[in-house]
Design a protein around this ligand. Structure first.
Ligand SMILES: Nc1ncnc2c1ncn2[C@@H]1O[C@H](COP(=O)(O)OP(=O)(O)O)[C@@H](O)[C@H]1O
Ligand SMILES: [Mg+2]
Length: 327
């Protein structure tokens, strides 16, 4: 299973490339020898060339931009996954990054929140994950430059069941995103409110996870189950999966309980709670009704500022390459 991991694939390509180049050189050498026509320079050249070709290919691997894939996960509904996914993607794009938002939730809130009607969409993530269509055929442009979307549709609700009998059922999304990963700087996945096969596909496809936590009663409820699932995915399917951090959402500073929850979450994820805290804001709740991100709806609101800071933090975290929290 782990053999599908991207770096392993690159290593495979690298080895077969070296082997193929040396085999070709050996053949050419044999022919030259037969014709008694070669000098020592020919010999050296024929062995140095393949090393050079391989080196160039390897360097090219590093130069290729590979999107960082981030899932927003929490099996609880209504904690701000979709709102955070939409606005993180928008502000990353506004910062000049190429971003793809993947709507993995059959309810399609990320798609409708950006103004797409999932009942009338021709092709959705379902067509790529289940029917094998190339993802470039289902990607849609949003109104923010550099921000694309793979929309969801109601078909995806049945996908959770269809996947059960499919080969590589946990790797379907990973395989879809692998096709387009070099086109983006970030791929953001909005997960459904469950820990079913769709969410597992999201985790397996991801490099990092952000856990939105609502600053309300029972905020930490279910988090240990989520952390167990992440551990299982890491042990069995995606060994490089990391937790980037917890994002506190819908914070009301007048509420004493909210302040307590912030403290509890900080104790739960020491050093891995984002400094940006998303306030409870009517403008954030209204924006999806107009099919807009908060940047398009009210760029000067408190909610807009908090998501802008959050996107900055995500970009800076990557630069720092800090040690990530592990469970
Ligand atoms: N910071 C916020 N302030 C006020 N309302 C919010 C905020 N974040 C999300 N909401 C609203 O709360 C509801 C649930 O948010 P959503 O992002 O859809 O959560 P999830 O994707 O986890 O189910 C939505 O109606 C959304 O508009
Ligand atoms: Mg949602």
């Amino acid at each position: 299973m782990v053999g599908l991991e991207p770096t392993n694939l690159a290593v495979h390509d690298f080895e077969s490339c070296v082997f193929a180049n040396f085999t070709t050189s050996a053949r050419v050498l044999r022919n030259l020898e037969l014709s008694k026509n070669c000098s020592i320079i020919h010999y050296i050249g024929l062995f140095v060339c393949p090393i050079f070709v391989v080196w160039v290919r390897k360097a090219n691997n590093y130069l290729l931009i590979m999107a960082k894939i981030i899932s927003l996960v929490n099996q609880k509904g209504g904690v701000g996954k979709t709102t955070s996914a939409i606005n993180l993607a928008t502000y990353l794009a506004a910062a000049g990054k190429f971003v793809l938002l993947v709507d993995l939730d059959p309810q399609g809130n990320a798609s409708s929140g950006l103004g797409f009607d999932i009942r009338t969409i021709d092709k959705s993530l379902y067509h790529s994950m289940i029917l094998g269509e190339h993802p470039s055929k289902i990607i849609m442009r949003t109104e923010t430059l550099g921000h694309d979307l793979i929309p969801s549709s109601q078909d995806l609700a049945g996908a959770g069941i269809e996947l059960v009998h499919m080969d590589n059922r946990e790797f379907r999304l990973y395989n879809v995103l692998r096709e387009i990963r070099t086109n983006y700087d970030y791929i953001i996945i909005d997960s459904p409110p469950s820990l079913g096969l769709l969410t597992i596909n999201g985790l397996v496809a991801s490099d990092e996870i952000i856990i939105p936590v609502q600053t309300e009663y029972f905020a930490l409820e279910g988090l240990s189950q989520l952390l167990n699932t992440i551990t299982l995915v890491r042990e069995n399917l995606q060994p490089n999966l990391k937790i980037m951090g917890a994002l506190l959402t819908m914070y009301d500073k007048r509420n004493r309980l909210a302040r307590q929850v912030v403290k509890e979450v900080q104790d739960h994820f020491p050093g891995h709670v984002f400094d940006s805290i998303i306030p409870r804001s009517v403008r954030l709740a209204e924006a999806p009704g107009f099919g807009k991100s908060i940047l398009g709806f009210d760029a000067f609101s408190r909610g807009a500022r908090s998501y802008k800071n959050f996107a900055k933090e995500v970009i800076n975290l990557e630069k720092k390459d800090t040690k990530k929290f592990s469970v």
